[in-house]
Ligand binder design. Sequence first.
Ligand code: M6R
Length: 604
Amino acid sequence: MCGIVGVLGDHEVAPLLVEALKRLEYRGYDSAGIATVNNGRLDRRRAVGKLVNLSDLLVHEPLAGKAGIGHTRWATHGAATVVNAHPHKAGPVAVVHNGIIENFRELREELAAAGYAQESQTDTETVALLVHQAMEGGATPATAARQTLKRLHGAFALCFLFDGEDDLLIAARKGSPLAIGHGDGEMFVGSDAIALASMTDRITYLEEGDWAVITRKGAEIFDEHDRRANRAETRIQIDATRIEKAGYKHFMAKEIAEQPVVLADGLRHYSRSGTLHLPAGVDFTGVDRIVLVACGTASYACHVAKYWFESLAGLPCDIDIASEFRYREPPLSPKQWAVFVSQSGETADTLAALRYAKEKVARVVSVVNVPTSSIARESDLTLPIMAGVEVGVASTKAFTSQLMVLALMALKAGVDRGRLDAAALAGHLAALHALPGLMNHALGQSGEIAKLAEELARAQDILFLGRGLMYPMALEGALKLKEISYIHAEGYASGELKHGPIALIDAQVPVIVLAPRDALFDKTVSNMQEVMARHGKVLLISDAAGVAEAGPGTWATLTMPAVDPIFAPILYAIPAQLLAYHTAIAKGTDVDQPRNLAKSVTVE
Ligand code: M6R
């Protein structure tokens, strides 16, 4: 999604703005731009495509000035063109924006009728024009911005820069996060702390509805009712924002490889000496139902967790994707919990679903990677997954860390509901603590997977099959593959195959079967035979016992270490991720920033 940066510096800001935008690249974007005020004059440069295009443009047409704003745009309204790229400028104001102004069409018509024509197709230019109109009516920049904010519906983070004002930024937040950074005689604005990490570690997060008048002396923050608001300044750990490939070719490769360590650290944090150390609020006594809500990969983590809550704790568990949950208006009870799972903690649909559930349930719980995120801050209780910054658009270590936290929660529910005694709990925890070692073994298959990927890269369609706990893993495997290799892939429950998808099977369609040797293995093997009988090309991913038992006829097999079947999804995530990664490499796609995708989806 779009990235915002603003700097009131004590030296030239263009290089700082580009550097900060680079740190936001991971969010996904398709054009970029900056604006500065130099000798009182506001000017801007914008370019389509990667940031290098903007840097090249700045070499030929430099922008001087010690005050500026910058933006990476992920197109929503209007194609990725220079005209639609931010900053948008109208009269004396330039603005960068993250989010969507839902009423921009009405506003644009009203502005056009008043003689303020728009040159781009964006909702953002409408904001600039409203401020311009107010300033032509005599308003100061701050008053014009404040009046404009009141007219906007939707979700947004905004940062304004003004002609003739080289010591002024105005920032506003409603629905999309925005942080203010404090320096020595310098001030900064960023859509997240990562953007600002090379400039400062002193951060103030704006709250919902806040807007701020920022000069080099500091920031005056106002709440949604325009009252002065005190927002705490926090120190962020720069280490936590470090985004380096550490010798890997891609962030995704690094993040896949980090999983054993990340998982081991997380497990140590939440469970030691054969017992659980979850926050005190994680007490399922009296809870009669739970609903898990998320988007994309996080929703597949919820899907796996449903099996855990039901089998380990006997706790009825509903799951839903946030974009459906929020509008379906499901009945919720005061005896249930609603759990929201999100890597970024800023996903617009998940946040809206959380707001729907608030006040209707006993407790709103979030499982997030970013503890300062909106979803974390609006929850009654947060369990951070502590995966570290995840840069690759394809979620990997966040997924397995979400699974880890959800597994521990399900175990706690089992204890609280009298389903698990101390010995059973210790047994399950031992199985979880064995996973990092097993994941290391699975990572050792990377070379073999790369060879299989050469062949998979030639396919047009790929199916993933799994049963029980492996069904959501089939969905996740397919999502991962399609996101970064652009090959059409679908995941199915193995038992559903003959109810339709089997019509797709022929010698051209690889079918990837995820099947550890568990209680459902024989049934999955029967489904696999049905595929092979129709010349389907099966890649079986199982353990040694499973591979031996499945017999001949497969195109290929991948042997995973034997694992406690309950927690097998955490291990089987690794081959699914590596298959996607190596297939994308074989196809030559942009692994870390695949086309059309954004890391943090802050619009509906
Ligand atoms: O930040 P979130 O976990 O809320 O993001 C949810 C999805 O957008 C995300 O998991 C997406 O599906 C990933 N690109 C999957 O790899």
